[in-house]
Design a protein around this ligand. Structure first.
Ligand code: GEK
Length: 243
């Protein structure tokens, strides 16, 4: 089945407002994220595998910024009969509404609770798995330390945080190279130069990437003892952080 195609930035726009996760985005989201994020399918599939390895009985597995529940569904497919519960959080009501419908069509048995909530304030407790796949990048820089510390503090020893992000490079040459490679990836997936440029403007000051060093150091301060990148493609990376 072909996905509804993302054409949000296909026509020239007079003014480009900041990117928001509204109904329009929700309706094309699976196509948008597949064609925009290199390695997305691999990261989603392996999120389930990592959850299966680290989920502890009678604990919670959090999908923070769950959107349409891709990571939730991937975890759920791996966690049957593990006596754990998945909690998906997103502050976009349109995302959660559509996510509920997609979950209702899924036949796996692990209980899932979805909440429209801000991950900066939502309760996080009794966690053995926390997933933030491309969500921290949308959180205000000054909130990130507090959020990560709270996840670390409420995570059982031996639990895992999967953190996937767009990243930036301190080295100017690498920053330019990886940006160009990402744009080539988007072009190869059918986005025009106009779409790439307009989307880039919309995400300016909304999606704020950090370096891998900044992520690693913050995860260590948050109490995670083993931290490393398990996947990287251009300026997109996924880290595992084990408490
Ligand atoms: C996936 N993880 O498919 N509180 C809760 N949700 C938030 C907040 C916040 N403060 N800020 C942003 N979001 C998903 C993809 S998308 C990534 C995640 C992308 C939500 C926002 O509503 C959106 O659904 C999600 O974070 C980011 O693997 O679009 O690049």
């Amino acid at each position: 089945m072909s996905l509804p195609k993302d054409q949000i930035y296909a026509e020239p726009l007079n003014a480009i407002s900041g990117f928001v996760f509204d109904e329009r985005v929700v309706s094309v989201f699976p196509d948008m994220i597949q064609r925009s994020v290199p390695g997305y399918s691999t990261i989603i599939a392996m999120t389930g595998v990592l959850a299966e390895r680290y989920a502890q009985p009678h604990t919670n597995c959090y999908d923070l910024g769950c959107s349409l529940g891709a990571s939730t569904l991937s975890m759920r497919a791996q966690l049957d009969n593990r006596n754990s519960e998945i909690i998906g959080i997103d502050n976009s009501p349109a995302m959660i509404e559509r996510c509920r419908a997609l979950l209702a069509a899924d036949s796996h048995i692990t209980p899932v609770t979805l909440h429209v909530d801000d991950i900066n304030t939502t309760p996080i407790e009794n966690a053995s798995v926390a997933v933030m796949n491309f969500t921290l990048q949308f959180i205000a820089l000054e909130q990130r330390e507090i959020l990560l510390a709270r996840i670390g503090a409420n995570m059982h020893s031996g639990g895992v945080l999967v953190l996937s992000e767009k990243i930036r490079f301190d080295d100017a040459h690498l920053q330019e190279l990886n940006t160009d490679l990402h744009h080539a990836f988007k072009r190869a997936n059918g986005y025009s130069d106009l779409e790439i440029a307009q989307k880039r403007s919309a995400l300016d000051n909304v999606l704020i990437p950090e370096t891998l060093t900044a992520h690693r150091e913050r995860l260590q301060r948050a109490g995670f003892s083993s931290v490393d990148v398990w996947f990287q493609c251009f300026n997109f990376a996924s880290l595992v952080a084990i408490k």
